[in-house]
Design a binder for this molecule. Structure first.
Ligand code: GLP
Length: 242
């Protein structure tokens, strides 16, 4: 695992956007796995600036979703499909036909999970997966004690994650869904390159457990230690406990 400490979130965003742009220059139809949350926004902003300046061509790029709420209509502004359309697809000029994600509204959620897991493999696998990290060490929505070999499946959110995410739902925890679909940790580990970005002091404990703790299901992000090509980008605030 490679750990890169950057001065701030903007520098982290620029660094990772650079890695994505390099990948797209090498492989124009690369499958980029993207995450939601506040942390990756500087990455998408920096990459969008490169697209606007003509430094990178996204016309053949493909995007894969990491996780999704169960039961929110796809056009709900906080469904991750809507969020990614707003924050990634539109700014990068990528059409919805180049986007793949799980169906959080499916009647048979488990079947939808299996279909998506298979679809990722059939698409050739994710070339570069960008990850954030929860304050409890979760990646995607793999909460603590998720199996490190897990596949895409339904999960129940912890109270902490629902509290953390209430800010996207008018600060009203009652609006935050209880159930989600997430790529499993085993699924995530199949991406060819994993890049985790963590910024702010609130992530310092989770970063320390990820990088210096044992590989343990209690900190799902620690599974990155098992990956042959994992990069952890942290700003100085998130690196204080390393
Ligand atoms: C959610 C997402 C994760 C993300 C996490 C952290 O739980 N499912 O993919 O990493 O939030 O979000 P933030 O970056 O806003 O702290």
């Amino acid at each position: 695992m490679e750990v890169v400490i950057v001065p701030d979130a903007k520098a982290g965003g620029a660094l990772i956007a650079g890695a994505m742009a390099d990948l797209l220059r090498r492989t124009s139809d690369a499958l980029l796995g993207v995450a939601t949350g506040s942390t990756p926004l500087p990455v998408y902003e920096a990459l969008a600036a490169q697209v606007r300046s003509g430094a990178v061509d996204t016309s053949r790029a493909r995007i894969a979703q990491l996780d999704e709420y169960v039961g929110l209509p796809a056009d709900h502004p906080e469904s991750y499909r809507s969020v990614l359309r707003r924050e990634v697809l539109e700014p990068l000029g990528i059409g919805t036909d180049a986007f793949m994600g799980p169906d959080g509204t499916a009647e048979d959620v488990q079947a939808a999970c299996e279909t998506y897991d298979r679809a990722l493999a059939e698409a050739g696998g994710v070339d570069l997966q960008l990850l954030g990290i929860g304050t409890d060490g979760h990646i995607g929505f793999n909460e603590p004690c998720s199996s490190l070999a897990s596949r895409t499946r339904i999960k129940t959110l912890t109270e902490q994650t629902r509290v953390d995410n209430a800010r996207f739902f008018d600060d009203d925890i009652d609006q935050v869904p209880y159930h989600v679909i997430t790529q499993g940790i085993g699924t995530i580990l199949e991406a060819r390159h994993l890049i985790l970005l963590a910024t702010g002091e609130g992530k310092a404990d989770a970063v320390a457990a990820t990088v210096e703790g044992p590989v343990a299901a209690v900190c799902p992000a620690s599974a990155l230690q098992l990956h042959p090509h994992a990069t952890v980008v942290v700003d100085e605030a998130a690196a204080t406990k390393l």
